[in-house]
Design a protein around this ligand. Structure first.
Ligand SMILES: [Zn+2]
Ligand SMILES: [Zn+2]
Length: 265
């Protein structure tokens, strides 16, 4: 019924494709949507970002020996040029229709049962939590992009959505352009569990939802805040993720140089 109603509204009020601006039934036309790149099938089993085809370990070059904070993370699409354009339109122009469209497209490929998203049959998720914006940032933007994504996931899985469980305790400057260490200290201690929830999260496991995973610092800071208040831990789920930096040796392998015989001296 909800789908039918949406379809009728779409027919009456044709949308504009966020990428090419042509009018049509959807916020992203079929042609442009082909430029979206799914992270699957080869993703890092820890951070969820794309893994190189020549990389044999189950995690990516950046997750070796790294504490990622969340138990595991999964991601829908690679943050390529189109991803950048669409996410900017969603977040900064307030094009909620394209955010909704992307979330639904990504979730169509994700199993309904949350346990299967992370390949853990015994997994019991207490709730879905969007990464919160600071109240002043939220007032300025008038919506929280992570909350819209989390809502789609909650509808899709039937898990409860809790928008006031995680809170942002201080405003942080944007993470854009910061190194991994700077990102870590920028968001470190910026999150907490809302007072009304503190006695109710003991031993529970959550999924924290964000729009973009770059180094994973934001998800890690949220997971730390949850554990500090007694939760068992958190999984991460993001709409987009950047590609990990390629290790020099791996890049040589990718380029096929490993097959080139050594030069004759
Ligand atoms: Zn288009
Ligand atoms: Zn990784």
């Amino acid at each position: 019924m909800k789908q039918l109603l949406r379809r009728m509204v779409q027919l009456l009020l044709p949308a504009r494709c966020s990428a090419c601006q042509r009018t049509g039934p959807d916020a992203l036309c079929e042609e442009c949507s082909r430029e979206l790149e799914l992270v699957i099938p080869r993703y890092c089993l820890r951070c969820g970002r794309r893994r190189s085809t020549h990389y044999t370990s189950p995690d990516c070059s950046e997750c070796h020996d790294r504490e990622i904070g969340v138990l595991r993370s999964r991601s829908g699409y690679i943050y390529n040029a189109l991803g950048r354009q669409l996410l900017a339109d969603f977040k900064f122009n307030g094009n909620l229709a394209v955010g909704q469209e992307l979330a639904e497209r990504a979730l169509l490929r994700i199993p309904v049962r949350a346990a299967r998203i992370f390949d853990e049959p015994q997994l019991r998720i207490a709730a879905i939590l969007p990464v919160p914006l600071h109240p002043s940032r939220r007032r300025e933007r008038r919506f929280n992009q992570s909350e819209l994504l989390a809502r789609v996931l909650a509808d899709h899985t039937g898990l409860p959505l809790r928008t006031d469980l995680l809170v942002r305790t201080r405003e942080t400057p944007t993470q854009v352009g910061l190194t991994q260490a700077q990102r870590h200290s920028n968001v470190s201690g910026a999150f907490d569990v809302g007072e009304q929830w503190r006695l109710r999260i003991s031993g529970e496991t959550y999924i924290v939802v964000d729009d973009l995973l770059t180094t994973g610092s934001t998800l890690a800071a949220c997971a730390r805040a949850l554990r500090r208040r007694g939760a068992a831990g958190a999984y991460g789920l993001t709409l987009f993720s950047t590609n990990p930096l390629v290790h020099p040796a791996e890049r040589l392998a990718e380029d096929g140089f490993h097959n080139v015989p050594p030069p004759l001296l």
